[in-house]
Design a protein around this ligand. Structure first.
Ligand code: SF4
Length: 473
């Protein structure tokens, strides 16, 4: 309905040293991670080596009623997942956790990210007789680990041996009958962190905001290229030969993650404020009020207002209750669809020169509708400022940025042309050179969708997409 970007997944896992209501803990964790995927979700509980799971389409609150949680029962470990499908498509078999029964036991796997060599891996497994049930990359990761497990003394050794073959983005939690194994790709595209509750349970989650929901305190991030094993003896780390190249997705800070999360020591809220401050410095315009497009434009708008001295105001109210059951509007009703989601606050903008901060422009159609909302509410001027550089390229690492030919920044010859298309009086983007400043230049980031330079070779990824299309026909 909206030409916005979606994150693909969120993962959560808990290890208790006793039998506990772990399904409920994962439920609360996934609830906090719902922004990372709203299409489907699932939880697998391990109770003395026996796995029980529930996976379905829908939001966490829709799928996991009290009755469903009771059916999952208690246990000493559990993992969960929220998903928004991009590559791999919408297919029930792609809903995670992926539960596999192999010759050495059970395992449940949850994954956030996309591989760039999934099709290649899949083809090689299929040529040796493997049968895939879904089309997601996660199955290729699972097969890679199971293959190595046949000749490894432990699951963590199998993961360590499999990692060099798995290329791209993966922040994973794997559950066996006795342990949780969390691992993250050498670039660390997607976040993954560890927490601990006051009674000693370990928690692993995509974002730190999910730790707090189960009373866990943040301990640290899982390092890029690291394997963390959690079992009855506690937590131990394996540093792999894959190294730690650290190229965290900068768009996690700009848009995907929740502002109350901290990733690699940098608060997402801080990064967004900073983006707004930098925008004010590089793209100043005289105006009466600065407003943000909810949700991720709000913090950047505050940063812009602080740095420019122009008052901050509430320009939009967002309807937070549009769920999956919302009936998709047809082509003629699309204009109204934005109005159902967002309402301009006339009181704030009428007769004023407005600076509107948003996190990105994809095709430009949604931005044009939002600008129109402000004009209809009486704004005298609308100056759009974007807290990221122009999107020019696709993402291969777990987000659904549109194909290059649909991106407005690639189709237009200048910023002025885009401003005209969306109906703004002026338009300014965050300069690409400023991206490192959002994380205080403390580590490397992936900026591929802005620069076209990716930290890993993506030449196999195009092949994967074609392969997926073939499957869906
Ligand atoms: S290409 Fe863009 S969205 Fe994808 S991982 Fe890199 S910075 Fe993030």
């Amino acid at each position: 309905m909206f030409d916005t970007i979606h994150e693909e997944c969120g993962v959560f896992g808990i290890f208790e040293n006793k039998t506990a209501n772990v399904a409920a803990s994962v439920y609360f964790g996934l609830y906090a991670l719902q922004h990372r995927g709203q299409e489907s979700c699932g939880i697998t509980v391990c109770d003395d080596g026996v796995f029980r799971h529930k996976r379905a389409d829908g939001l966490v609150s829709e799928v996991f009623t009290r009755e469903e949680l009771d059916k999952l029962g208690s246990g000493n470990m559990a993992v969960g997942h929220v998903r928004y499908s991009t590559t791999g498509g919408h297919n029930h078999n792609n809903i995670q956790p992926l539960v596999i029964r192999h010759i050495k036991g059970n395992m449940a796997l949850v994954h956030n990210g996309n591989l760039v060599n999934a099709a290649e891996l899949r083809r090689s497994f299929e040529m040796s007789g493997a049968i895939f049930h879904g089309t997601s990359d996660t199955e290729a990761i699972a097969y890679s680990i199971v293959r190595e497990r046949l000749t490894s003394s432990s699951t963590e050794q199998a993961v360590e041996r499999a990692m060099p073959f798995i290329k791209g983005a993966y922040s994973c939690i794997l559950m066996t009958a006795t342990k949780l194994v969390a691992f993250r790709d050498p670039d660390g595209f997607r976040p993954l962190c560890i927490g601990k509750t006051h009674d000693g349970a370990y928690v692993v989650a995509s974002e730190s905001c999910a730790l707090e929901t189960v009373g866990a305190e943040f301990i640290r991030d899982v390092e890029a290229g690291e394997i963390v094993v959690i079992d009855k003896d506690g937590l131990r780390s394996i540093t792999t030969n894959c190294g730690n190249k650290k190229h965290i997705c900068i768009f996690e800070y700009i848009y995907f993650a929740r502002p109350d999360s901290v990733i690699e020591g940098i608060s997402v809220h801080h990064a967004r404020l900073k983006a707004g401050e930098l925008l004010a410095k590089h793209s100043h315009v005289d105006a009466d009020i600065v407003i943000g497009v909810p949700d991720s434009g709000l913090d950047a708008a505050l940063g812009y207002a602080n740095a420019s001295g122009i008052p901050y105001g509430i320009g939009f109210i967002k309807n937070k209750y549009i769920g999956r059951s919302f009936i998709q509007p047809d082509q003629n009703q699309r204009e109204n669809a934005v109005k159902i989601k967002l309402n301009a606050v006339r009181e704030s903008v009428e007769g004023k020169r407005v600076i509107m901060i948003d996190d990105s422009i994809v095709r430009g159609t949604t931005s044009a509708r939002i600008v129109r909302l402000l004009r209809e509410a009486g704004a005298k001027e609308v100056h759009v400022r974007i807290s990221s550089p122009p999107f020019l390229h696709s993402c291969y690492f777990g987000t659904d940025i549109d194909s290059e030919e649909n991106l407005i920044a690639g189709k237009c010859n200048s910023t002025e042309e885009i401003a005209e298309y969306i109906g703004a009086d002026s338009l300014g983007y965050l300069p690409v050179e400023c991206l490192g400043d959002l994380v205080d230049n403390r580590f490397g980031c992936c900026k591929g969708c802005f620069t076209g330079e990716y930290p890993v070779d993506t030449s196999g990824a195009g092949y994967k997409n074609k392969f997926d299309e073939k499957i869906h026909k």
